[in-house]
Ligand binder design. Structure first.
Ligand SMILES: CC(C)(COP(=O)(O)OP(=O)(O)OC[C@H]1O[C@@H](n2cnc3c(N)ncnc32)[C@H](O)[C@@H]1OP(=O)(O)O)[C@@H](O)C(=O)NCCC(=O)NCCS
Length: 288
């Protein structure tokens, strides 16, 4: 691995937002400045800049609850890869998380996974990004016994109560900040008079993204997705857990195409926080 000497390590702050957005665009990622601003508002950002001031690499840590943190936006400019930049910032972030006593968790692309495995991360479950470019060709879903409606302010306690065991930490502040970004995707499902699932979405640089989608069962997840997909026009991304094979077949039949795989990884052990059985779509690899 070549030396990273000559690149200056620094904190990422609001004045770096445009450079951060340019860096994620160079990897064809979907985040926009609003995503970076949100993450930097509660996370810690690490950057490496070249002598000419170009931001060449980034890493964020996002604390959730008391016990773990997401490692996010591990990005290196295409011209600067395989020079140890990602490893250097990752090690720095891991040192800080060890000091804070937080377990590092992340969602890895195949290239990132090679870096993380060498730094002690273990695989847990997996999901894949599906993309819809053209019109949604899905038929109306039979949702007998399930009522899907717009999320209302009085739903937040029940949404947060369902999300807590699913994700493994309280992230109500994050869910609340996502909801207004794509209001037509902010939906809840009721079954037997109880909140059985919720869906949120957000706009992005390339496409609108649906997720997180947390649901007590597959039927509820499908009902939420069907409602969200009929309300939100393409282009669309959604990250679907690999476990949901029938839902994937339904989505692919109606126009979605595979884009890229992700692996949820945890530092030092093979068990992720939360209850994967309740998660149909993560919020996105950068958020968990
Ligand atoms: C993944 C990424 C961050 C790696 O950054 P990097 O600075 O090139 O990584 P490093 O130089 O620290 O790599 C350390 C080691 O990891 C492994 N590695 C890194 N990239 C790899 C790749 N694309 N394929 C296979 N192994 C890879 C190698 O063993 C490498 O050591 P070597 O170069 O001596 O062989 C970079 O390719 C990138 O930004 N990709 C696009 C965005 C992305 O996928 N980010 C990860 C998000 S989870």
């Amino acid at each position: 691995m070549a030396s990273t000497d000559g690149a200056r390590e620094h904190a990422l702050a609001p004045e770096h937002l445009a450079a951060c957005a340019a860096l994620s665009a160079s990897a064809h990622w979907n985040q926009n400045e609003a995503d970076w601003a949100l993450m930097l508002s509660f996370g810690r950002g690490y950057g490496l800049s070249l002598a000419d001031g170009t931001l060449a690499a980034s890493t964020l840590t996002l604390p959730y609850g008391q016990s773990f943190a997401w490692v996010a936006m591990v990005l290196v400019h295409p011209d600067c890869r395989r020079r140890g930049f990602a490893t250097r910032l990752l090690r720095r972030a891991l040192e800080d998380l060890a000091r804070d006593g937080r377990l590092p968790v992340l969602d890895a692309t195949p290239a990132g996974r090679e870096v993380y495995r060498q730094e002690g991360f273990c695989d847990t479950w997996s999901f894949r990004r599906l993309a819809l470019d053209g019109a949604w060709r899905g038929a109306a879903e039979s949702t007998r016994g399930i009522r899907v409606r717009a999320l209302q302010s009085q739903d937040w306690p029940a949404v947060a109560a369902l999300d807590l065991p699913a994700f493994g930490a309280d992230r109500e502040f994050l869910l609340r900040s996502l909801a207004p970004r794509l209001p037509q995707a902010a939906l809840v499902a009721e079954r037997d008079g109880q909140l059985a699932g919720f869906l949120l979405g957000r706009e992005g640089r390339e496409a609108r993204q649906l997720g997180p989608l947390v649901a007590r069962d597959t039927e509820t997840a499908r009902a939420l997705l069907a409602a969200g997909l009929s309300a939100v026009p393409p282009p669309l991304y959604l990250d679907l857990v690999d476990r949901e094979t029938e839902t994937r077949a339904w989505l692919e039949h109606a126009g979605f195409a595979f884009q890229r795989p992700f692996t949820r990884m945890v530092h030092g052990k093979a068990g992720a926080p939360g209850d994967a059985a309740l998660v149909a779509c993560p919020a996105g690899p950068e958020l968990g």
